[in-house]
Write a protein that binds this ligand. Structure first.
Ligand code: GLN
Length: 487
């Protein structure tokens, strides 16, 4: 088996046993990316030289007998809204086409402290707004399992690159489902961590009260290892939780005896494909056979979550994106007559349609006269949705739902219909609204296209999520993420 087709945990063991070098791993992943990225289009920037240099340094450190991090030498791809010092961070926008941050995001410092090898920056929907990666200024990423379909979004580049083995693991960001939904469409594993557990310092802000960086990979253990590497208190992020986290991978267990699984009826109703419901429930039955206890529950306000999410996230986006004005950094229009004209032209030319739609929507719902009717109502709904989850978690340990209502849709299928596009997030946005952790793992397919199931937990219960996923991975023979044929 090629090195690029192995998990981080396997590669890490091989490195320790001197069965391969970090340079060999990086070379394998880089030639894989060069071979398939012409089809998949996952990367905006491929960092071949710096990756090989880093790999060489890791090999040298190993030769000297230095103590290295658990993920040392493992190639990792980074979503292009996470700041990387000296490496372009475009947010897939014309606005930041040539922007090189003068600093690293905290997660990048942690990735570096773990001696991981950054392979490059991955495509996404512009400023993380979208569900298909079709809103990128640069190119459309295609789904490695079916090149006529979207990889999901907004972390479509991260999910597609992991699925196609163009990197071993990746970082994405999730404001309303952007790690989990593409993970589901591309047949990989993705975690949206508890809000405040991973530092947002250096993540280009979309909706700050919902944004969260998280890991993607092809095995539960890899995702657990990467989460351990990136989570933890950071004084640079005022919302960072001050607490300690366990070594998730070391504590993995397949024992689900007595685990109480809640099945909320609202996530299995109209609008969810039959193939999705069947696959998810089959997976739940497998866990039940191993001793988990299944209980039907209700989360009645679920149907309001999409509305609340698009109001709250757009409101925050309209404020966060005010900084892109052509003055401080990023794109500036070439011809203008006055300061106001410069602002107008810069923002009209620099942002794509979806970003403009969100800024206008957000400005509208925050404007006097409409604030109470929209923004305030959305915040009240948020409280209700949070409370319903809290009540549910007094009875169950995890909640299992589909990650998305269907398999990946076709390129172009939803581009003219934003409301249909927003509906792709119906199962994921309530979790961000409530600040909870949730992960998506593959649980079957619909005519060859992967389907995902979402495991939701209470605040800071990542270990329970990992263990539930690990148990299912074990039941399925240890490998949930099939290698795509790329056609
Ligand atoms: N698809 C959702 C949106 O467009 C979620 C995006 C995200 O999680 N970044 O807002």
């Amino acid at each position: 088996m090629e090195l690029y087709n192995k998990s981080a945990a396997e590669l890490s063991a091989m490195l320790k046993n001197k069965e391969c070098s970090a340079v060999e791993i990086t070379e394998s992943v880089m030639s894989r990316a060069e071979a398939v990225d012409g089809d998949v289009n996952a990367y905006i920037t491929l960092c071949k030289e710096s990756a090989l240099e880093k790999a060489k340094a890791v090999d040298a450190a190993i030769a000297e007998g230095k103590e290295l991090g658990a993920l040392a030498g493992i190639p990792i791809g980074i979503k292009d809204n996470i700041s990387t010092k000296g490496i372009k961070t475009t947010c897939a926008s014309k606005m930041l086409e040539n922007y090189e941050p003068p600093f690293n995001a905290t997660v990048i410092d942690r990735v570096n402290a773990n001696d991981m090898v950054i392979t490059g920056k991955l495509n996404m929907d512009e400023f993380a707004m979208g569900s298909s990666t079709e809103n990128s200024y640069f190119k459309k990423t295609l789904n490695p399992h079916g090149l006529d379909r979207v990889p999901g979004g907004s972390s479509g580049g991260s999910a597609a690159a992991v699925a196609a083995r163009e990197c071993i693991v990746a970082l994405g960001s999730d404001t309303g489902g952007s790690i989990r939904q593409p993970a589901s469409y591309c047949g990989v594993i993705g975690l949206k961590p508890t809000y405040s557990s991973v530092s947002r310092y250096g993540l280009v802000a979309f909706a700050s009260s919902l944004d969260q960086i998280g890991p993607l990979g092809t095995s539960v253990k890899d995702v657990a290892m990467l989460q351990s590497a990136i989570c933890g208190y950071d004084k640079m992020d005022a919302t960072s939780a001050y607490r300690d986290y366990p070594d998730f991978a070391a504590l993995l267990s397949t024992d689900v005896t007595g685990l109480k699984i809640g099945i909320p009826e609202e996530y299995y109703g109209e609008g969810i494909d039959a193939a999705v419901k069947t696959s998810v429930m089959n997976a739940v039955r497998e866990l039940e056979k191993k001793g988990a206890v299944v209980k039907n529950i209700s989360l009645p306000s679920t149907s309001y979550a999409i509305n609340a999410y698009y109001i709250i996230s757009s409101a925050e986006a309209s404020s966060n994106l005010a900084r892109f004005d052509g003055v401080k950094y990023g794109y500036r229009a070439e011809d203008y007559d006055s300061l106001v004209d410069m602002y107008e032209k810069t923002r009209s030319e620099g942002f794509g349609d979806e970003v403009k739609r969100r800024i206008m929507l957000g400005t509208f719902v925050l404007s006097s006269g409409y604030y109470d009717a929209y923004y305030k109502t959305a915040k009240l709904l948020q409280r209700k949705i949070k409370q319903e989850f809290a009540d549910a978690f007094s009875e169950v340990d995890v909640i299992i739902t589909p990650t998305a209502p269907s398999k990946a849709f076709r390129i172009g299928e939803n581009t003219d219909n934003p409301l249909k596009m927003y509906a792709a997030d119906v199962c994921t946005v309530p979790i961000n609204i409530a600040g909870l952790p949730a992960m998506s793992i593959p649980c079957g397919d619909d005519n060859g296209m992967p389907l995902g199931m979402q495991i939701i937990g209470k605040d800071f219960s990542e270990q329970t999520l990992f263990n539930t996923a690990y148990a299912y991975e074990n039941i399925m023979g240890g490998n949930l993420c099939k290698m795509p044929e790329i056609k």
